[in-house]
Design a protein around this ligand. Sequence first.
Ligand code: COA
Length: 628
Amino acid sequence: MSRLERDMATAAPERLPKVPVPPLKQTLDTYLKCVRHLVKDEQFQKTKAIVEKFGAPGGIGEVLQKKLLERREKTENWVYDYWLEDMYLSNRLALPVNSSPAMVFPKQPFKDGKDALSYAARLIRGVLEYKALIDARALPVEFARGQLAGTPLCMEQYSRLFTSYRYPGPKRDTLKVRVNPGTAASEHIIVACKNQFFALDVVTESKPLSETEIFSQLEKIVSMAGNAEEQCPPFGILTSDDRTEWARARDVLTKEQINMDSLVLIETCLSVLCLDEPSGTKATDSNRALQMLHGSGWEKNGANRWYDKSMQFVVGMDGICGVVCEHSAFEGVVLVQCSEYLTKHIARTTLEPAKPASGRKLPAPRRLVWKCNPQVQGLLVASKERLQRLVNNLDMDVFTFKDYGKEFIKKQKMSPDAFVQVALQLAFFKCNGKLVSTYESASIRRFRDGRVDNIRSATVEALAFVKCMTDERTTYTESEKMKRLRDAINAQTDYTIAAITGMAIDNHLLGLLKSAKELNMERPEIFCDETYLASNQFILSTSQVPTTVEMFCCYGPVVPNGYGACYNPQPDHMVFCVSSFWESTQTSSAVFVKALNEGLLEIRDLCDAVAKMADGRQGGSKPYRSGT
Ligand code: COA
């Protein structure tokens, strides 16, 4: 058996363990511990009584737990559908900013449009190669790194990268995954250019197009897109709207067969390629992130998108490039692996000027045509206004902290991820004088079809640490501060280990709630409680998305008064993408970034001071040797 075959066998989904259902008492105790210091005393006492009643012998908790354990037996992954629906499909908010993260690729030095098309052609060629690896199940199996390193990870998410589509629905969306399209004799992508959409066959008669062929097809598309007489209204804008609005608009559109035909082509494509007009802004990291997340609205590239499709590659004529992803099918880490493959593929050789196309006769790219009526016109205008509000609202600050990176943290014998989480808590406390419910995504890919659970980073130990770092009335010694820092980091690390081994509380509580619904019970009191509702408002929504090549991930906040904080720790620096909404008077990305920078420096100074003291003690206790 080859190494690859062995690896594949090890991580075949059916071989991986099933996600466990944690013991009920353990989850309820952890829940109380997580919220104790985040709510008022009186409220906590009320919550404690409700939780105790729920978990009492013979109580509702036991009934629901039993149901979950049965579900675990019967299904591959008991939490998968519950989680997918709760996290994504029932969420009615617009996909851009609120749900779809983006990877920002290195800025490209395009000299002209031809350069941009060469890059795009190479990118699409890379997509075809990567998809062939996925279809052949030839991607090397990944193994966990960091905490509890070495176990194989579930690879299922990769199979959804180019085969999924999120259909809008009036109450909930549907994620559809095409089964085994790898054997199809023809495959197409959708190219968006000047808000027009084109179907481009990239595999014909079972043969993928070469880079040169894709380039020549893209040139044709650019020329077709410029033809003013054939311009259709910018229908892509509808996909940027709230999901219920888009579902309604889609119902109207599908009344016409011509629209239905265009939709089917989009819904069955491998991916969307957005050839963007120059953004007209300076290509700072923050502006590039904004361009990826929302395309800067209707008048720029905001309608040159189709948000339901899982992978939308953006190639801007000004060299701003990246990928926007519809998140329900896979996690950011999978997006990173794919993006890194593609950027390495592009960088393998320098971009060549276009060569003449091969002799093969290729089907011409097809413009997608739409039938519009006054009702649809009205819907387009409404979607345009709502997207513009989102664009105006997003406050994004991409900050590269250059004073140290994860190597310094490892030297302190601390987990870099836990360290960053504690630093984010310190930053939040500096800005608000309190801690709030915090989400950190933790991968549960060690399990069959595993997605994520939540590390609740606003621990009581983190609160003790941030208080001692900011308390102006009491003077804490460096050793006292250091002890609290270590306690906070240990608590965070312990929670991380619990989460990645399937023992966190969020998925479990969700499962109990959904079980009650399935049993037609009234919503149990524990889930109506103010504390539970507040604890699910993640004012700080964080995620580590590390990369090994120069690129970064970004996303928006998940609540109106919240922050999104995506970070990418590198050996000697760390990139933070902090987002919030201008409309909230409680947040400011720049203020948060300033506090984060300050906090990271203060923690470093604390570590250095304590190390110096330890060195001094060691020096002082060294035995004296004559002659030295
Ligand atoms: N002393 C020295 N080094 C340490 C250490 C310590 N006490 N603790 C950890 N390290 C090292 C690790 O060995 C690892 O080394 P490596 O860089 O050589 O691999 C490195 O520090 C990083 O470990 P750590 O910072 O503890 O984090 P992690 O890699 O285990 O990551 C999570 C923690 C929660 C981010 C990770 O488990 C996870 O779930 N990632 C996925 C998140 C996700 O899904 N994001 C996308 C959402 S869309």
